[in-house]
Write a protein that binds this ligand. Sequence first.
Ligand SMILES: *Cc1c(COP(=O)(O)O)cnc(C)c1O
Length: 712
Amino acid sequence: MSAGAEDIVRASSALSSRLPWPLAVLARLAYNYRWAWLPDGPEVFADVDAARWAACGRNPVRLLQETSAEALLRAAADGSHVARAEQLEAALVEDLARPAATGVADEERPIAFFCAEYGLHVSLPIYAGGLGALAGDILKEASDRALPLVAVGLMYRHGYFRQRVDHTGWQQEYWVPTDPERSPAVLVTTADDRTPLRIRVPIGADDVVAQVWRVDVGRVPLFLLDTDVPENARVARWITTRLYDSDPQTRLAQYVLLGCGGAAALRALGITPAIVHMNEGHAAFAALEMTRTAIEGGTQFGAAFEAVRQRTVFTTHTPVPAGNDTYPSDQVRAALGPVAQSLGTSGDEIVRLGRSRPDDEHEPFGVTQFALRASRAANGVSRRHGEVSRDMWRVLWPEREVDGVPIGHVTNGVHIPSWVGAPMRRLLDRHLGAGWALRSADPATFEPIDAIPAEELWAVRGDQRRHLVEYVRDRSQLQRIARGDPREYVEASARAFDPEVLTIGFARRLATYKRLHLLLHDVQRSFALLGGERPVQLLLAGKAHPRDDGGKRLVQDLFAVRAQQRAFERVVFLEDYNLGVAARLVGGCDLWINVPRPPLEASGTSGMKNVVNGGLQLSVLDGWWAEGHDGANGWALSGEVDPDEAGQDARHAGELYRLLESEVVPEFYDRDAAGIPQAWTARMKRSMRTLIPAFSAARMLAEYEERVYRAR
Ligand SMILES: *Cc1c(COP(=O)(O)O)cnc(C)c1O
C-alpha cells in the first residue's frame, strides 16, 4: 500500500463508527475528493442535511462529524439515498482499480508535482487564485488519465486571506483557521510504530520539524507539510500558517520548506520520482534537496545537481516582474546555508545559481532564475507567454538568440467535470455520448454540438443564468446588510437583478494591470448599457493583494460611481472570490470580459471555465485568447504592446463599448418567433466546439507528457 493509504483507511473507519451502519459508505467517500467531480457526488452529501452541508463549508468530514443523530438516522433509513452513495463508491472503486497509464512514469517511479497552492475544493482553503485552481485541475485530470503522479504542498492553517468590503468600498482582510483534523486529510504515520511521521528541515539556524498530511484526489495522493507542531518555536510554527505570508522572510522559509522539506518527505515516504515538476518558482528548492541521494552515493554536488536537473522540469506562470520573487543574497545565504553545506556546496554557490548574471554581486537572488537553471525543460502557460518568457529570461543564455532560449509553452486548460454546470453536463451527456469528458482532448468529441437544437442550448443557458441570479440576489443582500447599506436599497437592488437580462462577469485578481477601470471609462456609456431598453447586468469579484492600494481603489471607485447612479444597482461586487463563487459565476454568465494590459496575462483560465458552460468571451488578444479567438467564436480587443498606457486604455475602452453596444447586446436580444437568439446560439456552438477541446486539461496534460515530461 502506498504511504499514508492505511492512515486514510483508519481515519474513515473511525469516522464511520459514529454513523448508522448504512452510512459507513459516506465515511469512505469523504476521504477522497473524487466525489467532488462525480455527477451526484455533492448532492449525495448535501442530502444528508442541506443546512449542515452549507454550514460546514461543504466539507464532507465535518458534515459527518457534526450532523445530528436524528438527521443521520433519517438518511440511513432512506434506501434510495444509500443506494446513490453506494453507486458513487462503486465508481470510485472502479476508478482506483484501473491500471496506471504507461509512458513517462510508472507507479514505482511517479511524477512528483510541487506547488505552493492547490485549489481542489472550497472545503480545503489552501489556494489563493489561478495558480492553485490550475494545480487542482492538473491533479484531477492526472487522476482521470491514470497518470502516475504524486503531489506535494503545504497545509496552511489559516489559508489565504478572506475578503470583506466595507461601506466605503475598501477591502478588509481577515483570516479563518481551518482544523486539518476536520478536513479530508490524515496525518501520515510511520510504518514502525504508527506515530506521525516527522521531517526535519534546516531553515537558517533552525532545525524545523514538519508533519505530513495526506489528501486523496482520486488516484493522486497530495502530501502537505505542516510545521505547526509543539516541537517548533513560535516563529517556525508560523511558517505554514498563511499562504504567501506578507513577511518576505517567512515566505522564503515557506519555499525552503516546500522544496527541501517536500523532497525530504518523498524520500521518507519511500517515493523516488522519475520526474520532478516544479510548478512556479516557489517550488524551486526541490531540485536542491533531490541531489542528496546522489551526494550520499559519493557524487560531487555539481554532478549530482546536473543529474537531478535531467529529471526536473519547471513551469513559469508570470510575465509580471513583481510576480517573480527575489531575495537579498544575504537572506538566501542565511536561510539555505546549512542545507547547502550538508550537500557539499555553499550558500554562495546557491545564490549564484539564482542570479541572471551570477557574478553580479549587487543582483538579488531570484527563485525563477534558480528554477530555470535547475531544470532540463521549462515552459510558459500559453504560446504568447512562452514568447514573453523567452524574451524576459534571455539574459540567462547570453550566447543565444531569443528564439533559441530553451523555454517552450504548454497552454493551460481546465478540468471539465469540475467546471461544467449540471444542466450543461446533462445536455452534453445526451448529445456527445457517455464518457465524453474523458475524450475531451479530441475535437471530434464536440462535433455533435452543431446538431444540438438551439432551443435546448438556450434553455440550459437560461437555467444556469437563473441559478446564478438567485445566488447573487441572496449573497448581495447579505453582504449589503452587513456593510450597513439602507434596507430599501438592499431590497431594491436585489430586485434589479433579472434572470432574463444579459449577464456579464468580470472576476479576477484586482491588480491594476487587469484594468477593471476600463468598464467605467465613460460612466455615461456604462450607465446607458446598464439602464437601456436592452439592459445588461454586471457581476464583479476578485481580491486585491493586501498591500496593493491601487488594486483596492478600483473597487472603491466603483462604489463611488454607484452612489451617484441608480442604474448601478445592476452592478454587484461579490465578496471573497473563491472556487465556489467562481463556479457560480462561470456557470451563469453569458459573457465573460477580460481586459488585461498586454502582454501581462500569462494565460487566464476563468474564461475557459465559462466556455464549458456556453458563455462567450470578450477579451484582449493576450494569454490563451490570443490562441483561442478565431474571429467568430467570441469577441476580441487588440493585443499589441503599447507604452502609452492612457492612449491604449482609451482605445480599448472605446472598442469595448462599441462591441457591447453594436454586437453583443443586439445579438443577445434579437430573437426569432420562438424567442431564440439564433445568432447568439450559433456563436455559442462555435465557441464550445472550437474551444472546449483546445483548452481542456486533457489536452494540457497530453502536451505536458509529450513536450515536457518525455526526455528528449
Ligand atoms: C479559475 C480561477 C482563477 C483564475 O482565473 P483567471 O482567468 O486566471 O483570472 C482565479 N481564482 C479562482 C477562484 C478561480 O477559480
